[in-house]
Design a protein around this ligand. Structure first.
Ligand code: 3SL
Length: 239
């Protein structure tokens, strides 16, 4: 009998309903930039992040006096404290703080996955630490790519493929879904030069047009941190 666990990939939040309920751990991935920014925030010593899907929810928290970041279409939403750049979370004054965050796709994916038994945050920035942790959990794992407005994107898929590759190489995991196999092959063709591979990807172009090249470089750099953010009672905290 097969006793290896599954590592599978869901390309977009819109497809999550077809995977929902079958996995013990959901890894939410939004390489450009939400989950990279979240990892940067915890690496910088933030205490917790409350992810919210909508701007209305973010405003409610703001009224209550919370520090709130909000991004839509790559830009800081007017009236909020910061957006979604990893660099906004590297500030001294954020150490030890609790913040609220709403982004176009990443926090939406976090909120739709919220009722899974365990939800963690994945990015290229924390990939080795995350895979090391996943490999000893003995649980079925789903990588949920945040995509862009329910469409497929390359950067999240490549990151998910890298997670599949590492876990399958451990000998304790298998992938059955074609999405997982495709993600792994995309990763294998991209890995030597993710920045170059993603040159013409839609979100990289979108962010480049907003002069966010430094953010792109940061987010596409593997293993900047060992932090693994995990969702506990609606808040992301450091595992
Ligand atoms: O979609 C998201 O959650 C964001 O990461 C998008 S952006 O990189 O801030 O444009």
């Amino acid at each position: 009998m097969e006793d290896r666990k599954h590592i599978e990939v869901c390309f977009t939040p819109g497809e999550y309903e077809y995977f929902k309920g079958e996995y013990d751990i959901v890894v939410v991935i939004d390489v450009l930039r939400a989950t990279s920014a979240i990892c940067a925030a915890f690496d910088n010593g933030i205490k917790s992040i409350i992810p919210v899907a909508t701007i209305d929810e973010a405003r409610e928290y703001q009224k209550k006096g919370f520090l709130v970041g909000a991004e839509r279409q790559g830009q800081i939403v007017e009236g909020f404290d910061f957006g979604n750049s990893p660099y906004s979370y590297m500030k001294e004054e954020l150490k030890g703080q609790e913040v609220v965050l709403s982004t176009t796709n990443g926090t939406k994916a976090l909120s739709i996955a919220a009722d899974a038994p365990t939800v963690v945050v994945g990015a290229l920035n924390n990939i080795d630490a995350l895979c090391e942790w996943l490999s000893v959990q003995d649980k079925n794992v789903l990588c949920l790519c945040s995509g862009w407005q329910d469409k497929f994107n390359l950067e999240d898929t490549i990151c998910a493929g890298a997670i599949c590759d590492q876990l399958i190489s451990s000998g304790n995991f298998v992938s059955d879904e074609d999405s997982s196999i495709a993600a792994k092959y995309l990763y294998l063709s991209a890995w030597e030069n993710p920045l170059g591979y993603l040159k013409s990807s839609s979100h990289r172009r979108r962010l480049k047009n907003l002069n966010l090249n430094e953010d792109i470089k940061y987010c596409l750099t593997p293993n900047k941190t060992k932090v693994i953010p995990i969702l506990k009672d609606g808040k992301l905290v450091k595992l």
